[in-house]
Design a protein around this ligand. Structure first.
Ligand code: HEC
Ligand code: HEC
Length: 294
């Protein structure tokens, strides 16, 4: 708060508190005067004889008003509220927030410490670890991968043991911690419309060496697909190029879906989670992912 705002607030507070005090004092004072004259009536009369009297407020009632004023002054001395004066107790909402966060982090740290000397494979069959991992998964990952981890179009199924980037513990940890970006280049200009159809026929055929698949295979081998999808179209985990010879299709299994990806490409992003979750929770959720795929 700038100094002028601070002064503005201080003046407002003084006017308010002082005003309340004066109002109470004045009300009491006036009533005593009137009582002395012996006339309590306000002059309002209803139904002929129903009069409204102006009785003074009970003493105890007025005293509670004085007490609230005393409380206000004490509060403004101890806690922030009087302009920029921060209060003699040094309390602040940020301080309180930080203290509470630190206390809960410390409590959680004890919980996590128990898991630090176990590797991810051990954790993936540790019930206590999995129950925390499952919670993290439901809170953070389920929006994209589904609460059962089975994914959706564009979001990989994490239970099927078919991996874009690999399913060993270190790789799964790295995927979750650092994120991944899968880049399928637009290949329309390279393969052309007919080329794409032929490649799809090759990818779908049960026998990649059959005559009907030959043209597509040829096109696949010579159009730069193998760099990312491997020589046999069975995937390249270093680049996240999916296996195209299985029946699992990340972006849909219709010919239109496949053709759309081949012609137009696709960039797909798994966000990094290390900053959001910290190492302990990334390990626990990685263990949970490993447990789901077995
Ligand atoms: C905003 C959506 C989103 C969120 C949130 C998200 N993911 Fe992902 N995740 C993706 C996408 C998209 C991919 C595929 C990336 C690609 O195609 O290259 C992916 C890929 C993965 C993979 C790699 C799968 C493989 O086959 O190699 C794992 C493991 C994974 N996510 C786990 C998680 C976990 C655990 C969380 C929660 C901590 C999480 N994801 C949160 C979208 C998300
Ligand atoms: C630069 C590397 C790269 C090249 C070159 C490339 N791809 Fe891909 N392709 C990928 C990646 C990565 C994905 C997965 C995208 C994602 O993460 O969602 C993919 C996805 C696909 C898919 C969808 C797979 C699914 O499961 O839904 C098809 C089909 C495909 N590519 C075919 C091809 C064909 C055919 C070629 C050659 C004409 C080709 N790709 C060239 C990297 C590449």
């Amino acid at each position: 708060m700038s100094t002028s705002w601070s002064i503005f607030v201080i003046v407002l507070v003084i006017i308010n508190v002082g005003g309340c005090g004066w109002l109470i004092w004045w009300t009491m004072h006036m009533r005593t005067d009137e009582q002395a004259e012996g006339d309590l009536s306000t002059g309002h009369t209803w139904d002929g004889d129903l009069k409204e009297n102006n009785n003074p407020l009970p003493k105890w009632w007025l005293n509670t008003f004085y007490l609230t004023i005393i409380f206000t002054i004490a509060y403004l001395i101890l806690y922030p509220g009087f302009g920029n004066f921060s209060g003699t107790l040094g309390w602040s909402q940020y301080g309180q927030y930080e203290n509470e966060m630190a206390a809960s982090a410390e409590k959680l740290d004890d919980v996590y410490a128990a898991f630090r000397d176990q590797n991810l494979m051990e954790l993936s069959s540790n019930e206590a670890a999995l129950s925390i991992g499952r919670n993290v998964f439901l809170n953070v990952c389920a929006a994209c991968h589904g609460s059962d981890g089975r994914g959706a179009k564009g979001f990989p199924d994490l239970t099927d043991n078919d991996w874009l980037y690999g399913g060993n513990p270190e790789t799964v940890y790295a995927t979750i911690a650092n994120g991944r970006t899968g880049i399928m280049a637009p290949m329309g200009a390279v393969v052309g419309d007919d080329g794409a159809d032929a490649i799809i026929a090759f990818l779908r055929s049960d026998n990649p060496d059959s005559a009907e698949a030959a043209a597509g295979k040829q096109k696949f081998m010579t159009s730069g697909c193998i760099g990312c999808h491997g020589l046999n179209a069975e995937g390249n985990q270093a680049l996240g190029g999916p296996n195209l010879r299985d029946d699992i299709w990340l972006h849909g299994d219709s010919t239109a879906d496949m053709k759309g990806i081949i012609m137009g490409g696709k960039t797909n992003e798994m966000p990094a989670h290390i900053d959001l979750l910290g190492e302990d929770r990334v390990r626990l959720v990685a263990a949970y992912v490993l447990s789901m795929s077995r």
